[in-house]
Design a protein around this ligand. Structure first.
Ligand code: SF4
Length: 408
């Protein structure tokens, strides 16, 4: 599926098994942890490492345990409780997390707005300096591990921005912790993600344990069921402030093309000082493997492309390698359709269901009062009180990262 070939069939007849080469550990293979094999496995033999017990243990202590939820989770969690695919359950999800015992319920969409503010500034800077173009998005840890293994010579093209949930973790363990005078040792950050690769990402040494645990959408559903919470009867509740405030741009991160659209909304307006007439970039929405478009910013035409699925990413990486790439900015997501089809999402995850989740996400954006990351008042306040400006020294230290070359 992903052109990675981390696992394959070995041996013959009834000795056949699915394994990495030479029966090595998956950890030592080129596996990118996207979890697509897990969604495809017909006998449910592949599953994520379950971290629910550790989270429950942390909740039983006196620690200040906060949780953040990714955009794609609210568009799929309902399926675990027999609601039709595409039902947005944001309010019930928040309510269930409060019942489970988290101190504060925050939103990864706040982290997505922060990512966009930094990434749009980075793009404008690279365009001005004509340096390391095309710039490629960095919020998908499956994609990052892929390029680290297979095309490390092209790593300079990848944005240095951390992914939204890690940016959130960095801000929680600095700004939030200081502002609310929480003891450093007492703050625990849990991420609810549609993604299995995020479990690997938080273990990277570059991420400095800013997020303590990652649970998938399926693990959250199991947690809710284990607490005997009647999910469908829950009343809608709101996220906590300030790290629970987000824009529509933060919402669409969950779908392929969403990161690009959110970044273009902010890059255009911050670089030109003008308002975008049309916020929707329909040419990069939808389920196609490959989408493209262009926009004029300060008299310069910026060509952009969106790919999902790592096999498709390989084609565009070959173009860059052979100096035949016509794009300035590229979004890559490992999962087909983006995070709404992530390896941590409810089963089944098929094209029809993914389309319904995608529709829910775009509807959510349309109905939001604020639809641009740089207009999120909590982001504006964060820069005013703490970070200074996008790409400042402090922002670089907390919100940006580096990558490593891995073998194949
Ligand atoms: Fe995780 Fe989303 Fe990347 Fe899939 S596309 S690996 S869900 S970040």
């Amino acid at each position: 599926m992903q052109n990675v070939n981390a696992i394959d069939f070995a041996y013959r007849s009834y000795h056949t098994k699915v394994t990495p080469a030479y029966e090595n550990k998956l950890d030592d293979s080129v596996c990118v942890n996207c979890g697509q094999c897990l969604l495809a496995c017909p006998v449910n033999a592949i599953y994520e490492k379950d971290d629910t017990k550790d989270v429950l243990k942390a909740l039983k202590t006196k620690k200040h345990v906060v949780v953040q939820t990714a955009p794609a989770v609210r568009a799929s969690l309902g399926e675990e409780f027999d609601l039709p695919a595409g039902t947005l359950v944001t309010g019930k999800m928040v309510s269930s997390l409060r019942k489970i015992g988290f101190k504060k319920i925050f939103d990864t969409q706040f982290g997505a707005d922060l990512t966009i503010t930094e990434e749009a500034a980075e793009l404008i800077e690279r365009l001005k300096e004509n340096k390391n173009l095309p710039m490629i998005t960095s919020c998908c840890p499956g994609w990052i591990k892929y390029i680290e293994h297979f095309y490390p010579e092209l790593l300079k093209h990848v944005s240095t921005c951390k992914s939204p949930h890690d940016m959130f973790g960095a801000i929680a363990k600095s700004y939030y912790q200081n502002k609310y005078k929480i003891n450093k040792k007492d703050l625990v950050v849990v991420s609810i993600m549609p993604c299995t690769a995020k479990k690997f990402e938080i273990q990277r040494k570059e991420m400095k344990k800013e997020v303590d645990y990652v649970l998938t959408t399926r693990e959250l559903a199991r947690l809710i069921k284990s607490k005997k919470i009647n999910f469908n009867k829950l009343k809608d509740e709101e996220f906590d402030t300030p790290l629970g405030l987000s824009s529509g741009a933060g919402t669409i991160f969950g779908a392929s093309g969403g990161v690009m659209e959110a970044a273009l909304r902010t890059a255009y307006e911050t670089a030109t000082g003008k308002k975008l007439e049309m916020l929707e970039f329909n040419q990069i929405r939808g389920m196609s493997d490959f989408k493209e478009g262009s926009i004029v910013i300060n008299n310069k035409t910026i060509n952009f492309a969106v790919v999902n699925g790592l096999g498709n990413a390989r084609e565009i990486l070959e173009q860059i390698k052979n100096k035949k790439c016509k794009y300035d900015f590229i979004e890559v997501m490992a999962c087909p359709g983006g995070c709404i089809a992530g390896g941590g999402q409810p089963k089944p995850t098929n094209k029809e269901i993914v389309q319904k989740r995608m529709n829910a996400i775009y509807l959510n954006d349309k109905n939001k009062k604020i639809r641009k990351s740089h207009e999120n008042p909590a982001i504006i306040q964060l820069y005013k009180e703490f970070l200074g400006r996008p790409l400042s020294k402090k922002a670089h230290k907390l919100l940006h990262t580096s990558y490593i070359k891995r073998g194949t």
